[in-house]
Design a binder for this molecule. Structure first.
Ligand code: GLA
Length: 366
């Protein structure tokens, strides 16, 4: 069983505000081989870390929070408690989603674990319950109060498509993104997302502060998703500038995702690319989750022929940027980034031109 990582094309820091996102899966994933055993023990081995862990099912072990085993043992424990996982198993896991790069290696690991353990459960686990369980594991076992985007994209993203998701209703639409005319190019800045989880949780708290403020003027609203541009203009003044800026980013980013999804459906790639670049400016200036290196990557890319737009992707504070280019000129972006970025920042970038994108599920026979 496998589950892919994801890149988010548009809509960052909107998911936990009940807003809209537009991710797509990538061509890298996490794979499990699992078989039930007869002794009620859980034996796990990570090929990437060359680490093993073994414990009796039900005796949740103390592991490093945020380490690979915290995600896996968290999913195992929640499947046991909620879905009748009551047999031991031996499992080996391997992944090629870059770690800590903003491409959801942890969501891919969680989702792949639910899929691999499905045969050992009481009853089939529907995708949305699995997605919510994985999100919950991230909150409780890894300490990141993430939204639902990453797990949703990894579990339900379709090959050849981006996924437009309403994070409140969970209504979703697959938008075809055939990589024949344009390319999606992902660049890992090589900057570790240090302190990302505390900064992330702080952004969430700022959004909660903004919601509490706007609720004084409209008691019916329950998330920044419900704040209109008019309400923001009329009553935003009462907030500290920093919190007002966070709210403005979310309100405008939600509108941008909805409009840009239409552009993508209509294959209006140039206009879609411009929305990506606008999103970057908002994440940099209003939400303040970019960094010099990601800004530098966007500058380099925008000065390169064939690039239609681009932005940081995911939580930010390092990690990856994503670009849309004319297909014939994707190589040009790769060359420019490999030449100019190390010269400017003394860090080596990694460039992936997306050849296609995977779906979660059983691995087809070779
Ligand atoms: C991380 C979280 C997501 C989302 C993004 C920012 O990837 O896991 O839920 O909030 O950051 O858009």
């Amino acid at each position: 069983m496998r589950a892919p990582g994801r890149v988010n094309l548009l809509g960052d820091h909107t998911d936990y505000n009940d807003g809209f996102v537009l991710p797509m899966t990538i061509d890298r994933a996490v794979w499990w081989a699992v078989c039930a055993n007869a002794d009620d023990r859980v034996r796990l081995h990570s090929v990437n870390f060359d680490e093993s862990i073994e414990y009796p099912l039900g005796a949740h072990p103390a592991v490093v929070r945020g380490g690979w085993s915290s995600y896996v043992t968290g999913v195992v424990e929640e499947l046991r408690r909620r879905h009748g996982l009551n047999r031991g198993f031996d499992g080996v896991v391997y992944g090629d989603v870059p770690l800590g790069g903003g491409l959801s290696s942890s969501a891919a690991l969680e989702v792949a674990t639910t899929l691999a353990l499905q045969p050992l459960l009481d009853a089939p686990l529907d995708p949305v319950s699995a997605i919510r369980l994985c999100q919950d594991v991230e909150h409780r076992y890894a300490g990141v109060r993430c939204g639902i985007m990453d797990q949703f994209a990894s579990r339900l993203g379709r090959s050849g498509c981006a996924l437009f998701l309403d994070c409140r209703s969970l209504a979703h639409v697959d938008i075809p993104l055939p990589l024949d005319e344009v390319s999606v190019v992902i660049v890992n800045s090589g900057v570790e997302r240090s302190l990302a989880s505390s900064a992330y949780n702080r952004r969430r708290a700022e959004c909660d502060e903004a919601v509490a403020h706007f609720r004084r003027f409209d008691p019916a609203l329950s998330a920044l998703r419900d704040v209109t541009p008019q309400l923001l203009d009329q009553h935003g003044e009462g907030l500290p500038v920093r919190v007002r800026n966070r709210a403005r980013h979310v309100v405008e980013e939600n509108a941008r995702v909805r409009a840009a999804s239409e552009l993508l459906s209509a294959r209006r790639f140039e206009a879609f690319g411009r929305s990506m670049t606008e999103s970057h400016a908002s994440l940099r200036d209003l939400y303040e989750v970019s960094c010099e290196e990601l800004d530098g990557l966007v500058d380099i890319a925008l000065a390169t022929e064939g690039v239609l737009g681009g932005r940081m992707t995911g939580a930010g504070f390092g990690g990856c940027a994503v670009f849309l280019t004319r297909k014939a000129l994707a190589g040009e972006l790769e060359r420019r980034v490999n030449d100019d970025y190390p010269a400017r920042f003394a860090v080596t970038p990694t460039v992936f031109v997306l050849a296609g994108n995977l779906e979660a599920g059983a691995v087809p026979d070779a």
